[in-house]
Design a binder for this molecule. Structure first.
Ligand code: GRF
Length: 214
């Protein structure tokens, strides 16, 4: 069975979704970059080892990342799962875990990398928004995509209502992505593209606003 370590910084709702599913792997530890991360309580509840590597204890990004890597490597994980981890990682860190490091991002990448994705989607008036699980590469929020979920954007949406709709989908696709990784069904090919052995294909579309009945 594969081992994973989950890294968080805050609320931890994706961590909670991962902990509540059968992922077909062993969650060896939860590590937070903040001592006050609410999400740590989910690790406590489940009796999963957890620790804090605080960015505040390190003068720069490189030394923080080095300390984080030492902590991660204590658990010898096959995969490192970023779940609401709010720090930008150095290239050295990302390359250390190449093909073994994944992240969830609240937009349909490559649209809206970075922060405030829901506000940007509303500002642009897009009708479809969503979330993405991807391998992490040095190019921030541009790594190879494993799975995405799309949701409609409604006229009356606020950042909050849209964010909640996207978050519900995050909680569905992240466990799926981790399950695929740990079963070996998904991996990063040598050409930098995602290989997914899943044979079934979806035949569906999301049209937003919906077409009128004729
Ligand atoms: C999620 O929207 C995730 O996509 C982004 O940060 C947020 C973390 O939320 N990377 P939570 O801590 O998992 O509740």
């Amino acid at each position: 069975m594969k081992n994973i370590v989950i890294i968080i910084s805050g609320r931890g709702s994706n961590l909670q979704a991962l902990l509540n599913e059968n992922l077909g792997c062993s969650i060896r530890a939860v590590i937070s970059s903040r001592a006050d991360a609410a999400g740590l309580s989910f690790a406590k509840e489940k009796g999963i080892p957890y620790s804090v590597v605080s960015h505040r204890d390190h003068p720069d990004r490189a030394s923080f990342d080095a300390a984080l890597a030492i902590e991660i490597d204590r658990y010898h994980p096959d995969f490192v799962v970023l779940a609401g981890f709010m720090r930008i990682l150095t290239e050295a860190f990302v390359m250390r875990y190449a093909g073994r490091l994944i992240n969830i991002h609240p937009s349909l990448l490559p649209a809206y990398p970075g922060m405030h994705t829901h506000a940007k989607a509303l500002e642009d008036g897009v009708k479809i928004h969503g979330c993405t699980v991807h391998f992490v590469t040095p190019d921030l929020d541009h790594g190879p995509i494993i799975i995405q979920a799309a949701v409609p954007v409604f006229e009356e949406d606020t950042e909050q209502t849209l964010g909640e709709r996207v978050l519900r989908e995050e909680h569905r696709i992240y466990p799926q992505a981790v399950r695929w990784l740990c079963s070996g069904r998904v991996r990063l090919g040598e050409n930098g593209k995602v290989i997914n052995d899943r044979s079934s294909r979806m035949d569906a579309s999301l049209i937003s606003p919906s077409l009128e009945e004729t």
